[in-house]
Design a protein around this ligand. Structure first.
Ligand code: PGA
Length: 252
């Protein structure tokens, strides 16, 4: 089995408007060396998806939406469809981010629908999962991860998995400055890979990229990426600074 291609993804959340977003995208593009062992993805806010995609048109950077609906079109106020993402120049989407789950009440079933719709229209899709602090302290981490994974990936086929990336993001580590230790992250990633192997088969699990997210920064990216089951990072805060994100992309 060849090594999985790494993926460094920047989630801009609800930050940036057109001028600073395009500037940031350009600076990130300039910070990317021409690697063939890693890919870079940026998820700007919906409102500047097409401008950012335009700025990045000559780069290899993948442009993603931060969420996506399952339907092509219809009466879904406030949503954006996979077709709209593609028309705006995007080719990927994030679903199930903990902020969607915690603040906006998105359930595993809803997220599974988003994932299936996103895949049906050919988007590379990052499914986020992760336990809260009280779940970790209560010893429920692995149970929660297994549950979110099984429900999130429900009714997907092995073929679908070629376009699925899983992001392990412990909720207690997001935006808090607290990173999971490399051992905690590796343990969770190995477990996630094992469950994917149970749901599909071992070879699918071996091919699936699993990203770590939660206070990833220039100072911890190298040790995280050195873990055998960590295939990349989903970066929030540090992705808003081209120098920091550039350093993360250029991890050693
Ligand atoms: P953070 O966010 O890097 O700011 O912790 C990560 C995320 O929410 O994807």
């Amino acid at each position: 089995m060849g090594k999985r291609k790494a993926l460094i993804a920047g989630n801009w959340k609800m930050y940036t408007t057109v001028v600073d977003g395009c500037r940031l995208a350009l600076d990130v593009a300039n910070a990317c060396s021409d690697f063939d062992d890693r890919e870079v993805l940026i998820a700007p806010p919906f409102t500047i998806l097409s401008e950012v995609a335009h700025v990045l048109a000559d780069s290899k950077i993948i442009v993603a939406s931060q969420n996506v609906c399952w339907a092509e079109k219809g009466a879904f106020t406030g949503e954006i469809s996979p077709v709209m993402v593609k028309a705006a120049g995007g080719s990927a989407a994030i679903v199930g981010h903990s902020e969607r789950r915690q603040i906006f009440g998105e359930t595993d079933e809803l997220i599974n629908n988003r994932l299936k719709g996103s895949l049906a229209f050919g988007l590379l899709t990052i499914l986020c999962i992760g336990e809260t602090l009280s779940e970790r302290e209560g010893g429920q981490t692995l149970t929660v991860l297994e549950d979110q994974l099984r429900k999130g990936l429900a009714s997907l086929t092995a073929t679908d998995m070629a376009n699925v990336v899983v992001a392990y993001e412990p909720v207690w580590a997001i935006g808090t400055g607290k990173t999971a230790s490399k051992e905690q992250a590796q343990e969770a990633h190995a477990f996630i890979r094992e469950i994917i192997g149970e749901i599909f088969e071992k070879s699918i699990a071996e091919q699936t990229r699993i990203l770590y997210g939660g206070s990833v920064k220039p100072s911890n990216i190298d040790e995280l990426m050195a873990q055998i089951d960590i295939d990349g990072a989903l970066v929030g805060g540090a992705a808003l600074d081209a120098e920091s994100f550039g350093r993360i992309i250029n991890y050693k």
